[in-house]
Design a protein around this ligand. Structure first.
Ligand SMILES: [Cu+2]
Length: 180
């Protein structure tokens, strides 16, 4: 009787903690020339712990991480931080700040195949106060719903969070059982 009661209390504590745990999101980028990448990025919040997955045809495109804003503006891939060409490239957002990506295929970056990602701290609120600054770059119409990209918030990153969540709270089970 008493044992069952204690287990129930512990389970309720687990559920309360689980619902407040923010799951890491996986942002899937359709990395091609027709994607409206800047408006795709504007519509979502990138947090520390989230993951970017660039999906593209290997050989046709590639993924280059640029070293800064100047390089991003100029499509200068000369001193890139990193480059990949697998076609299914995962990038983990490990700290707050802005990161810059471009396609390494000649001319593609200039045609708009580039993406800047601003990562915020995991506990920061959503980007409701984001200023709607319109970049004076290309004349891409942001009204056409051409976005073919999607997000799954409960896949790889989420599973990982749940796993660490379980292991952490399993370790305090004994302590809780002794307390109640
Ligand atoms: Cu490309």
């Amino acid at each position: 009787m008493d044992g069952i009661y204690r287990v129930l209390v512990v389970m309720m504590i687990y559920i309360a903690l689980a619902t407040t745990e923010a799951l890491a999101a996986k942002h899937v980028v359709t990395w091609d020339l027709s994607s409206d990448l800047s408006s795709w990025a504007k519509g979502r919040t990138f947090k520390v712990g989230d993951q970017l997955v660039f999906k593209y045809t290997s050989g046709l495109h590639s993924l280059v991480e640029l070293s800064g804003e100047k390089e991003y503006k100029n499509c200068d891939i000369g001193n890139a931080l990193d480059s990949m060409n697998g076609g299914n490239d995962a990038i983990k957002l490990t700290k707050p700040g802005t990161r810059y990506f471009a396609c390494g295929t000649l001319g593609h970056c200039d045609q708009g195949m580039k993406l800047q990602i601003k990562t915020v701290a995991a506990n920061e609120a959503g980007s409701s106060d984001d200023d709607q600054e319109s970049s004076p770059s290309s004349s891409t119409s942001t009204s056409s719903p051409t976005s073919t990209t999607s997000t799954t918030s409960t896949s790889a990153g989420g599973v990982q969070s749940v796993a660490s969540f379980i292991s952490i709270f399993a370790s305090i089970t004994i302590g809780l059982l002794n307390m109640v």
